[in-house]
Design a protein around this ligand. Sequence first.
Ligand code: TRP
Length: 329
Amino acid sequence: MDTVVSGIRSTGNLHLGNYFGAVKNFLKMQKENNCFFFIADYHSLTTHPRPDDLHGNIKQVLAEYLACGIDPEIATVFVQSDVPEVTELYLLLNMNAYVGELERTTSFKEKIRKHPDNINAGLLTYPVLMAADIIIHKAHKVPVGKDQEQHLEMTRRFARRFNMIYEVNYFPEPDAYNFGQELIKIPGLDGTGKMGKSEGNGIFLADSPADIRKKVMRAVTDAGPSAPGQEPSEPVKNLFTIMDVVSDQETVKYFREKHAVCEIRYGDLKKQLAEDIVRATEPIRIRINDILKDDKYLAKVVSDGADKARASASKTIREVREIIGYRPF
Ligand code: TRP
């Protein structure tokens, strides 16, 4: 079985885009691979969360992933900071990571542009910690979206470099893993592209039906098609794309045809879309709330996950120390 590693940052709630674009694939992956799914809470420190928020953020994301169907009986589900071995590998990899290559990373340059007031060294070495997360379990495959491709490329480079420097064939170079399909990109509701966390754009799995209805009814559309057969405008196309994943095919076909003959009423489309989103997310939302109340269950998941992850990570650290040249006295 191949080993799969994926980290989930504990910043913000899961939205429909995360679910249909990533998590649904995890559910298939966990059956066919040795999966490590973890909450990347060390990584979340780069943006300085407050101590009062940290634990709640981790708990929320954990509950959401479990509610989606990530199964801690088959996959190893853990919290990154419960496996401090990763920080040792991070330190060791840092010795062979060059400041120049880290400074050239797109995500780092982006951060400098957006948050010039907080360019900490954790941001600079973010890809090194991510590489440590992945290769500490000697992963073969990493499910990543477009925005993480460069980080994965750097992971491959750090693994290769370690093997070269120490003349070993120790770390496998992990590949991106998306089931060979194009990833589904879920657009947002404000007509501007990908679903994200910004106001008015995203629908969260934890949203109540009332919230979902309100958000969908406010979604951006247009003045309506002016000629038969006209291509829907970007914001309307986005609504159809969401409909494609939550509604049945008949429904989508019905509204597309109405659009094509200029008889569409966006109010009806939105009402239908809202109900179908509620139907698709309601069971998950209920499970999220049940799991959040079950502290005993969460504690067991986290502690079993930490045991399994530490067993794998500490074996790697032992071997890496040996390769680097540490010897017992
Ligand atoms: N950088 C990833 C993100 O922002 C999160 C992450 C941390 C990760 N470590 C990882 C993803 C290891 C995959 C593998 O989404």
